[in-house]
Design a protein around this ligand. Structure first.
Ligand SMILES: [Zn+2]
Length: 180
């Protein structure tokens, strides 16, 4: 595993590329993605705002896979050998648009909706910047604080589906404590 050291200027540049990738993918998929089903809304209702549940769109891909960003080869030439491969992810979330590779379980949906909430509170540019910086400083995908937050809240949900808590409050608390 290699994480090269990048200059601040280069990090800002790549962070802009990540944000552009997220926006492009979101705009590509949002028109064919669907609102959450009644069952999905019911399962998520105690954890997410009704506005988020109304506005989020979900696309289930069966054959197709989400493309990796076209700046990956540039990063690989710089020495990155552990970039997250979008095709092997169970799902990828682009702002308000969740794209799932195959059937989306409630546990997977929950994890992705935490990302939707993170995007709602941070906006795409800040989300992209924090995601990239988290990857660079942590050494890989699982060390990214935005992921750790989603996995931690997902674990709480997994332990007890019938004990509601506010994901928005939890994400807000992580932001105010500077944990991203
Ligand atoms: Zn995630």
């Amino acid at each position: 595993m290699t994480i090269p050291i990048l200059s601040d200027d280069l990090i800002s540049h790549v962070s802009g590329l990540v944000a552009a990738y997220i926006t492009t993918q979101r705009n590509r998929y949002i028109h064919v993605a669907l609102p959450l089903s009644i069952n999905q809304r019911t399962a998520m209702a105690g954890f997410f705002s009704s506005q988020l549940l109304d506005e989020t769109r979900l696309l289930v891909l069966n054959e197709e896979r989400v493309d990796n960003p076209d700046f990956y080869p540039m990063l690989q030439r710089m020495g990155f050998d552990n970039l997250p491969d979008q095709a092997t992810m169970a799902a990828v979330t682009f702002a308000d648009c969740v794209v799932s590779h195959g059937y989306c379980t409630d546990e997977l949906l929950f994890h992705e909706l935490v990302h939707v909430e993170q995007y709602r509170q941070l906006g795409i540019p800040k989300f992209a910047d924090l995601y990239l910086r988290g990857f660079l400083s942590g050494g890989g995908y699982f060390e990214i604080p935005l992921e750790r937050n989603a996995y931690a809240l997902g674990e709480l949900y997994g332990r007890n589906h019938s004990r509601p808590f506010s994901v928005a409050d939890e994400v807000g608390r992580w932001i105010s404590e500077g944990r991203f």
